[in-house]
Each structure stands twice: as structure tokens, then as C-alpha cells.
Design a protein around this ligand. Structure first.
Ligand code: MG
Length: 387
């Protein structure tokens, strides 16, 4: 295990801090009773996009059961894991938490199915329009779409939070983004806080998708046991607690997996930080990726992801919902594009070339249930009288 600072507030030299921040898009007096990144986190929690995460699908549709993860509970789990890692490495916990809570703000309703549908619609209706990327949409939410402050659009977050939200980005889109897009053109890395949050996301979804997949009965323990990482921890639990079974057996196995992944990530990242002699946030940006799992754990994680991809994300029951959700969003997009007067006025554009992006923004902001209701309002005859 690492011998790095473990006290909250004891920042390592390579951690982001108020002192080294590149500041906000619009000048504001610095906060007096909290750090700059605490303010970012607070603004994210108060945003409307954050509240909508409660009714957006992670993998299982929001209405399928109360115990499945939603985008909101997923984001909270990512924040918990990311903060644990940040504290162990002496990173800025406030920035890490802000990034974790914001990382999925731009997600469409219905999970990845929604993103794919909006991408296809944008390519059809606006071939030069830049498509649809959920990372870019998360950035768009915090820089443009939130309407909460008198003096500016968006949340006016620090550069480090905006940069960290943008995990991936095409070169073409990066060119339009100014400072936060730079690293995609020059091949640089984001802060360690962003790198760690990215991997905390993977730790969270791999583990909670197993949990949700088992709960839904789409995968079973026998299948999962064939993956050494899961099988190893399951065997260890069974040896230590021979009578424990059912949900408790699953929960104890997953708890150990999360713990093992966090420990491995902290140890490997600390090793790389030392190896590259990284001693300030700018050195992090210039170095190769520093946050990483060790090679053996990375390989085990890939085996697990392979199983989840084939047995869970492509399970017929999941795919049935995926196609249904894609059809629903595509029909809504096409209806609005054919007659933009169907849209709320705030999303109607005089300039036809700007209309598809406004439709994508409107649809991406919807919760699952709002999109379903809107589709019924536009297409269902059920509330019409029967003659
Ligand atoms: Mg996520």
C-alpha cells in the first residue's frame, strides 16, 4: 500500500489546488468560505441536470425496479470510490467529487441506447453538425445549457472541472472548444483527479452492473464464476463464510472486488507518479497516463468486461429495450425536425441550421419517463375519444 498523505486537505504537490487553478470562464470573486472546487461541486449539485439523473437509466430502465442503479446513484457511487482513491493519493478530493458528480450530466434518457440514437439523428439531420457525444454534452450542460446565474450561462466552473468532464472528444470537436479541447490536439493528459475519476467510473459500473444483472436474473453466479477475478473473490468468501449465500454472498463478493480494485489502482498510480518524478499539476499533464491498474488486474478486469458485454449488455431482454428506446427517441427527433413548432419555444430556432442541435439538447435533457410521456403525447391516440 502507498505511504502517501491520508489526511483530508494534505495535498500532494501534483494535486490540483486553488493556488494553481487556471480559473473560471467569467471572472468572479473567489469564494470566502469554501475552496474553488467545493464551489464547483455545490453548483453541480444545485443544477437541474443533476436532479434529472434520478430518472435516467444506467443499464436497466428506470421503471423496471426500485433497486437498480440510476444515473444518480451511479454518480454517487463513483464519487465515493473516486474520493477514497483521491484521499489515499493526496489528490484534491473536492475537485474529484465535483468531477464524479458531473461526469454523466450530459447523458441522454435510456442510457447508451439514447446516445446512439441521438448520434444517428444528428448525422442524418446535420451532417456537419458535430454529432452527439455524451461527454461533450456534459460539458455543454455546465458551460451553456444550465440557466441559473444572472451574469452568465452555465455554471461557470473552473478550468480543471470543465477539462476533467471532457473524457473523450473528437479532434474536430476539440478544435471548437478552446482551452479545454487543447489536450485532445496536443496529446496531453488531464489532471490526476480527472484520471482517477475516470477509473472510479469503471470500478463502479463493472461492480454494480454485476449486482444489478444478478438481481434482474440476466446473469447467474455460475457464469460469473468463470471469470477469475469474480470467481477468486467468490471462493474466498465461501471459504471464510460457508453458510452465507444469496444476496449477502453477492454483496460480500462485490465489496471485496471494489476494495481490491481501489487498492490496486492506488498502488499502481503511486508507483507511476514516483517513476515519472511528477511533482506538479503541469507535470501530470505532460506525463503519460498515470492513473492505472496494474497489468494483471487490468487483464482480469477486461475478462470481466468481456463477459458483461456479451452476457448482460447484449442480453435479448436488454436489447429489446435498447431498440425500443432508440425508436422512441428517433421518432421524437424526426417529428420535431419536421415541425419545430412542436417544440417548447425555448428550443425553436429561426436559423434552420441551428435547429438540430437544439432538438438534441432538448432530447438529451429529458428523463426516461418524460421522453415516454412526450412520445405518448405526440403519437398515442389512446386519450382520443373512441367513436
Ligand atoms: Mg458513468
Amino acid at each position: 500500500m502507498s505511504r502517501l498523505p491520508r489526511h483530508p486537505g494534505a495535498l500532494a504537490p501534483y494535486a490540483c489546488s486553488d493556488a494553481t487553478s487556471r480559473g473560471r470562464e467569467h471572472d468572479e470573486p473567489p469564494p470566502t468560505d469554501r475552496t474553488a472546487y467545493q464551489r464547483d461541486r455545490d453548483r453541480i449539485i444545485h443544477s437541474t441536470a443533476f436532479r434529472r439523473l434520478e430518472y435516467k437509466t444506467q443499464v436497466f430502465l428506470n421503471h423496471e425496479g426500485d433497486l437498480f442503479r440510476t444515473r444518480l446513484t451511479h454518480s454517487l457511487e463513483v464519487a465515493q470510490i473516486a474520493r477514497s482513491i483521491a484521499r489515499s493519493l493526496g489528490l484534491n478530493e473536492d475537485l474529484t467529487e465535483a468531477l464524479a458528480l458531473a461526469h454523466d450530466l450530459g447523458h441522454t434518457p435510456f442510457g447508451h441506447a439514447g446516445q446512439d440514437a441521438l448520434g444517428a439523428c444528428m448525422r442524418r439531420h446535420a451532417p456537419q453538425g458535430g454529432g452527439f457525444e455524451h461527454n461533450l454534452q456534459s460539458l455543454r450542460v455546465v458551460t451553456t445549457l444550465e440557466e441559473r446565474y444572472a451574469a452568465f450561462n452555465g455554471l461557470n466552473l473552473t478550468f480543471e472541472t470543465r477539462e476533467g468532464i471532457l473524457k473523450h472528444c473528437s479532434r474536430r470537436n476539440a478544435q471548437r472548444l478552446g482551452d479545454v479541447g487543447q489536450r485532445f490536439l496536443t496529446g496531453g493528459q488531464p489532471s490526476l483527479e480527472a484520471q482517477v475519476t475516470n477509473l472510479a467510473d469503471a470500478i463502479a459500473y463493472n461492480n454494480h452492473d454485476i449486482d444489478d444483472g444478478l438481481r434482474a436474473g440476466l446473469i447467474d453466479l455460475d457464469e460469473l464464476q468463470t471469470v477469475p477475478f469474480f470467481g477468486g473473490h467468490l471462493d474466498a468468501v465461501r471459504r471464510a463464510y460457508p453458510v452465507v449465500q444469496g444476496r449477502r454472498l453477492v454483496a460480500e463478493t462485490i465489496r471485496r472486488m471494489i476494495s481490491a480494485l481501489i487498492s490496486d489502482l492506488v498502488a499502481e498510480t503511486a508507483r507511476r507518479i514516483a517513476q515519472h518524478g511528477v511533482d506538479c499539476p503541469d507535470a501530470v499533464r505532460a506525463a503519460p497516463p498515470l492513473a492505472a491498474f496494474s497489468a494483471p488486474v487490468q487483464q482480469q478486469l477486461q475478462q470481466l468486461q468481456h463477459l458483461l458485454l456479451h452476457r448482460l449488455y447484449r442480453h435479448p431482454d436488454v436489447l429489446r429495450n435498447t431498440t425500443k428506446a432508440q425508436r422512441l427517441l428517433t421518432e421524437l427527433f424526426d417529428a420535431y425536425a419536421a415541425d419545430p413548432r412542436l417544440l417548447p419555444r425555448a428550443y425553436q430556432r429561426d436559423d434552420a441550421a441551428r435547429q438540430p442541435r437544439a432538438i438534441a439538447d432538448y432530447l438529451a435533457g429529458m428523463t426516461d419517463r418524460y421522453a415516454i410521456r412526450e412520445h405518448q403525447r405526440l403519437f398515442s391516440m389512446r386519450d382520443w375519444p373512441a367513436y
